[in-house]
Design a protein around this ligand. Structure first.
Ligand SMILES: Cc1cc2nc3c(=O)[nH]c(=O)nc-3n(C[C@H](O)[C@H](O)[C@H](O)COP(=O)(O)OP(=O)(O)OC[C@H]3O[C@@H](n4cnc5c(N)ncnc54)[C@H](O)[C@@H]3O)c2cc1C
Length: 476
């Protein structure tokens, strides 16, 4: 999730906020800020025996931290088990460049109005910088900046693409689903288009891949945008997103480098088995990413209900990867975004860049690659990825631009504790499947994580709210 130009420019999104009722769920303590003071969960809940936790939370990403923080605020004894050597999960601020923190996972709060993450950011005193999807310079495949005529053509095809999808959603009475690409190609009579126009339609399609991380070949034309947008600005954190997860984690008991392998339950309680031993509790909150659930690497002793298994199998786990390039000086346009229309045979390659000079005052460019191409380059060496990025930049700014002095590259699909970047609605899935993913099993086994949040999947605030929901199931 990183920009919404295709929605804002079409006037098709950013409207009502159906989730606002749910957002107040973050008011879980007296301050109403989602962070239950500085309290360490001191007193174990009555039902817990020594060496046994009231609640075991699997995963210390934002959803697990939100659940644990909420429950600790209610006096519950909570233990977080985390496979990595750090908290945050898909919120991951790298400190590799001294004084220049960079976010390798989530960067933005999408829509600051009545967003629980905005409240947490204020509480943390985190500086926020607005980026504007309309502040963009568009470049054509030959490297030239789009002139007025080209700009109009870009906008025309963007609008036609959005319109084709909206019409399909409005008129599709039998609810027969197919992919975003096939709907658009059919509506725009693809075979009759010139190669230039096909490039511009593809450029428009790639926006959806960057937003939802799935391939447009797999993304459900009926449900791809079934999430509810939140009004307000898109802001990022020059000091890093970790400020939010650090605030939530204060005083909580987190056992890092504990890889959960199996989760068992019966009427007496839950047992969570890790590579470092087993832990007993009264309840478990499972926040494993959809990609991890799909991989089957964590076993569920008594098995999962059939509808939950179907949801795991049918929802999609997408990919959005980042490549930060650090340069000795700025040589690029002074807009928030640099957008590059590639040739047709280079679909999805290095199309979207954010200007770190505007966002964080550094000579840094951040290139994004989503979906199929984002997945493909995970198999490339760092040098190949940097060379690919530089190829696009040289086409635009000339062969004399400086080489980057350093880079940072993500490979989220290959990450065994994420197995992708965030979930999307794949052909064959329905929004109701997210409710099935979220559904508790009996009174002991609870589920959270971005993929379980029907109205705000794929976001930090959605993941946060899912953690609060699961915690409320336990705390009542
Ligand atoms: C590149 C990228 C860019 C993004 N950009 C944005 C953005 O700008 N704005 C936005 O709102 N959202 C964005 N997102 C999405 C957002 O980061 C996620 O929706 C959110 O952080 C997910 O939180 P979570 O708690 O559901 O999952 P996670 O953060 O993945 O937490 C799950 C935790 O479980 C742990 N775990 C996994 N397996 C095991 C195991 N076997 N045992 C123990 N622990 C395990 C993981 O290590 C992880 O810490 C982005 C994501 C990515 C990857």
């Amino acid at each position: 999730m990183h920009r919404r130009r295709f929605l804002t420019s079409m006037g098709l999104g950013l409207t009502g906020v159906a989730a606002l009722g749910a957002l107040s769920a973050c008011d879980n303590n007296e301050d109403g800020d989602g962070a239950a003071g500085e309290s360490t969960p001191s007193a174990p809940s009555g039902s817990s025996s020594p060496g046994r936790s009231g609640v075991i939370v699997v995963g210390a990403g934002i959803s697990g931290l939100a659940a644990a923080r909420y429950l600790a605020g209610k006096g519950k004894d909570v233990l977080l088990l985390e496979a990595r050597n750090r908290i945050g999960g898909r919120i991951w601020t790298s400190e590799q460049w001294a004084g220049v923190p960079v976010d390798l996972g989530a960067s933005w709060i999408h829509g600051t109005d009545k967003n629980p993450i905005t409240d947490l950011a204020n509480k943390a005193g985190a500086r926020m910088v607005t980026t504007d999807s309309e502040s963009a310079t568009d470049y054509l495949a030959n490297g030239h900046q789009a002139d007025d005529a080209a700009e109009q053509a870009i906008q025309r095809w963007r609008k036609a693409t959005a319109q084709a999808l909206a019409t399909n959603q409005d008129k599709n009475e039998d609810q027969k689903d197919t992919s975003v690409r096939s709907v658009v190609e059919r509506a725009l009579n693809w075979p009759t288009l010139s190669n230039d126009d096909k490039s511009l339609v593809s450029f428009a399609l790639n926006d959806y891949e960057h937003e939802y991380a799935g391939s447009v070949n797999d993304m459900s034309a009926l449900y791809f945008d079934s999430d509810k947008k939140i009004n307000g600005k898109d802001v990022l954190f020059p000091g890093g997103y970790h400020q939010i997860t650090d605030l939530l984690a204060k005083g909580l008991t987190v056992r890092t480098e504990h890889v959960v392998q199996q989760i068992d339950w019966d009427s007496g309680g839950v047992t969570v088995t890790t590579d470092k031993g087993a832990f007993q509790g009264d309840h478990v909150v499972v926040t494993l990413p959809l990609g991890v659930l799909q991989s089957g690497t964590v076993k569920f002793g008594p098995g999962l209900p059939a509808d939950k298994q179907a949801a795991i199998g049918k929802l999609g786990m997408g990919v959005l990867n980042k490549c930060y390039l650090r340069f000795p000086k700025v040589f690029w346009a002074d807009t928030d975004w640099l957008m590059c229309v590639p040739n047709l045979d280079k679909y999805g390659q290095w199309e979207q860049w954010i200007n770190g000079n505007r966002a964080v005052g550094q000579p840094v460019l951040l290139g994004f690659n989503a979906a199929d191409f984002g997945r493909t380059i995970e198999g490339w060496s760092d040098a190949q990825i940097v060379a690919g990025a530089m190829g696009t930049l040289k086409t635009i700014y000339g062969g004399n631009i400086p080489q980057p002095t350093d880079f940072q590259i993500t490979r989220w699909a290959s990450d065994p504790y994420a197995r992708g970047s965030y979930s999307f609605n794949k052909v064959g899935s329905t929004p109701a499947m997210r409710d099935q993913l979220a559904a508790r099993i009996g009174d002991r086994v609870h589920f959270a994580g971005e993929a379980t949040q029907r109205d705000s999947f794929a976001t930090v605030h959605g993941a946060y709210l899912s953690g609060i929901r699961a915690a409320e199931e336990i705390a009542g």
